[in-house]
Design a protein around this ligand. Structure first.
Ligand SMILES: [Fe+2]
Length: 304
């Protein structure tokens, strides 16, 4: 199993922390998992404190969405059901299946890449079944049920994004064979987790890591401290990312169609070209901007 590789807070892209494996044992009860790492959602084990944590997290994020989250996310977030308690995965799956043919499945926590890719390729999104402790309210190291559900599931109701996620899983199964998982992990990181989309109303977040974060949602869309550059697949795959702070660079797509189409071709030659370029020019540091690169400026909220 790959280990995380830290360098001044910048991940060299060795392992995707969003779904990969770390150097310590993952949190969660893996004894209950099936061979494909899925498990029943142990709903009766949630305590009233667990539901309260979900309710507070949901409420805090919901208030922040207008003007910062993309419309597709905002219009679908109610599909998670009542914010009063942790949803039953089966209920969400029922609605999701009707909308885009996806389902959510419970998992005990982080799962190996191969298992993760296989589930996505089968239009099944793994959702961690435990929720953070109250003392982890502002920050939890590993994804929990709130991150996985609130951050990821609403956009799975969007047909184009749903297809992108399935294609990503299929590509991941292939990338493992090509020893290119780290390059593909960067694509996941900079789109599914930390993606920004340009809309006529301004920049908006669509990445789950942003949308489930109390602080990064505003930072990603409005902070002058971050760079926002146009989505470019090979540039993105050469770019390191931050794992222990807000991102220094965000990649901006024009539409989900653009994202799907840019990533639809076979990546085999892409991986080769990216590796060749890295061998000559090195990787791109988080926060760096290249000469001639299209950058997006933030539109600051009007002062009242
Ligand atoms: Fe995630």
């Amino acid at each position: 199993m790959p280990s995380l590789d830290f360098h001044d807070g910048v991940n060299k892209g060795v392992a995707p922390v969003t779904y990969g494996t770390g150097s310590r044992p993952p949190r969660g009860d893996y004894a209950k998992a099936r061979a494909d790492y899925t498990c029943e959602q142990a709903y009766a084990q949630y305590t009233e404190a667990d539901h309260a944590t979900y309710r507070r997290l949901y409420s805090r994020q919901l208030q922040q969405l207008p003007g910062l989250a993309c419309d597709e996310f905002i219009s679908a977030v109610q599909q998670l059901g009542t914010p009063e308690h942790i949803p039953h995965f089966d209920d969400v799956s029922e609605r999701l299946l009707k909308a885009t043919g996806w389902q959510i499945v419970g998992v005990p926590g982080l799962i190996p890449e191969e298992a993760f890719f296989a589930l996505l390729a089968a239009r099944k999104f793994p959702v961690t079944d435990w929720i953070r402790k109250p003392e982890e309210f502002d920050y939890v190291v590993e994804p929990d049920v709130f991150h996985d559900l609130f951050g990821h599931v609403p956009l799975l109701f969007n047909p184009v994004f749903a297809d992108y996620m399935q294609a990503y899983g299929a590509g991941g199964m292939k990338a493992s064979r090509l020893d290119a998982a780290e390059l593909l992990a960067r694509l996941y990181w900079y789109t599914v987790e930390f993606g920004i989309i340009a809309t006529p109303q301004g920049l908006r977040a669509y990445g789950a890591g942003i949308l489930s974060s109390a602080g990064e949602l505003r930072h990603s869309v409005t902070s002058m401290q971050a760079e926002r550059v146009a989505f470019d697949l090979q540039r993105l795959m050469r770019s390191r990312y931050k794992i222990d702070s807000y991102q220094a660079t965000y990649f901006v797509i024009d539409s989900f169609d653009q994202l799907f189409e840019a990533t639809a071709p076979d990546f085999t030659p892409v991986y080769r070209q990216v590796r060749d370029r890295i061998a000559v020019e090195g990787e791109i540091e988080a926060g760096a901007v290249l000469v001639g690169e299209r950058r997006f400026s933030v539109s600051l909220p009007a002062r009242g």
